[in-house]
Design a protein around this ligand. Structure first.
Ligand SMILES: C[S@@+](CC[C@H](N)C(=O)[O-])C[C@H]1O[C@@H](n2cnc3c(N)ncnc32)[C@H](O)[C@@H]1O
Length: 321
């Protein structure tokens, strides 16, 4: 699936960051040639695609280019500029999945191990309300996720540390209606903790894939799948940017919580639908749910993200049509 990421698009993203956020000689302001930084963008893209490369190394490379090619002093302000641009590039590369996602290096294994160890030690294994067949590592007040955040500038919102209302309702539906995925190749898009993919695997899906833009989600999915005795192939990637994946069904748990994301996901699902892929969505009626495109299949009352498990709200399972 990683091959589906378009390198042209990745190049444009890096180039835009260079022009809009780095640009130490003001090419943009002086309306300089738009291709001024193209050579640098190529070099940085190659660096970003290598999993071992750190944000600090990319910042150092930017600084060196500014000093050597533009004769600029290595001032604290220039260093900050380079660090911010490098951080943004690293976040973008993870979000859009153009970091290598296969062939784990030893450096990777180490960092993944640390994340897994943290989750295993600090996020207790808890039952999932209404689903007797699944248990998940879930963050609580004592989990200290801030400690993870403090040591990693790439740490985003820890959506993977909880199940969400949309994923929960869809997982419950799959247990009630196993025929919707049994024997099929299923993708859990925006998998978070992996709750939906785990449910699909439990009820007999032939193969299950999970995709999320957050590498922490992948660590959580690995632990949660092992805990539940199922196999799910998890990948860090934004598949919404590419061609429809080779699956029979896509399950989407709670991915309509932001307007831009909802638009992007809807356009991707449209392309998948055109290829004959069945699409199931679970959602607690969030604001950006594309309601006009959905057919309600079932409704359950479920607790949502971070809520007391005794408090529930209605959530639906829909076919995207
Ligand atoms: C609200 S959480 C839902 C998680 C899980 N499906 C559930 O219902 O419990 C949304 C998840 O989607 C991920 N996400 C956001 N944009 C994405 C994208 N373009 N592609 C894949 N995952 C994405 C986030 O990192 C997050 O883990």
């Amino acid at each position: 699936m990683h091959d589906q990421i378009q390198s042209g698009e990745a190049f444009e993203q890096v180039r835009t960051i260079l022009l809009q956020e780095w640009d130490p000689i003001g090419v943009q302001d002086a309306q300089g040639p738009p291709n001024e930084y193209d050579g640098y963008a190529e070099e940085i893209l190659a660096m970003l695609s290598t999993r071992e490369m750190t944000t600090e190394e990319i910042a150092a490379h930017l600084l060196q280019m500014a000093a050597d090619h533009m004769a600029l002093q290595r001032t604290p302000a220039l260093r900050t500029l380079c660090t911010h641009a490098a951080e943004h590039m690293m976040r973008t590369s993870l979000k859009h999945g153009y970091r290598e996602t296969s062939g784990f290096s030893s450096a990777d294994a180490k960092s993944d191990d640390r994340i897994r160890q943290f989750i295993a030690a600090n996020l207790p294994v808890l039952p999932v309300p209404g689903i007797a067949g699944i248990r998940l590592h879930r963050a609580g007040p004592q989990s200290g996720l801030r400690r993870l955040a403090e040591r990693d500038p790439q740490f985003g919102s820890p959506y993977w540390a909880h199940y969400w209302g949309g994923g929960l309702v869809l997982a419950r539906y799959l247990f009630d209606r196993p025929e919707s995925v049994a024997g099929r190749r299923v993708l859990d898009l925006g998998a978070g903790s992996g709750i939906v993919g785990i449910a699909a695997a439990k009820v007999g899906a032939a193969e299950v894939y999970a995709a999320d833009i957050d590498p922490y989600a992948i660590a959580a999915i690995e632990l949660n799948t092992a805990l539940n005795g199922v196999t799910v192939n998890a990948t860090v990637a934004d598949l919404t940017q590419g061609e429809p994946p080779e699956v029979d069904a896509i399950c989407v748990g709670d991915l309509f919580y932001e307007a831009t994301l909802a638009e992007k996901v809807t356009a991707f699902l449209d392309r998948c639908l055109a290829q004959g892929i069945a699409i199931l969505i679970g959602d607690p009626w969030r604001a950006h749910l594309p309601k006009s495109r959905l057919r309600l299949l079932a409704e359950y009352a479920v607790p949502d993200f971070g809520e007391d498990t005794t408090r529930t709200r209605p959530a639906g399972v829909f076919a995207f049509a």
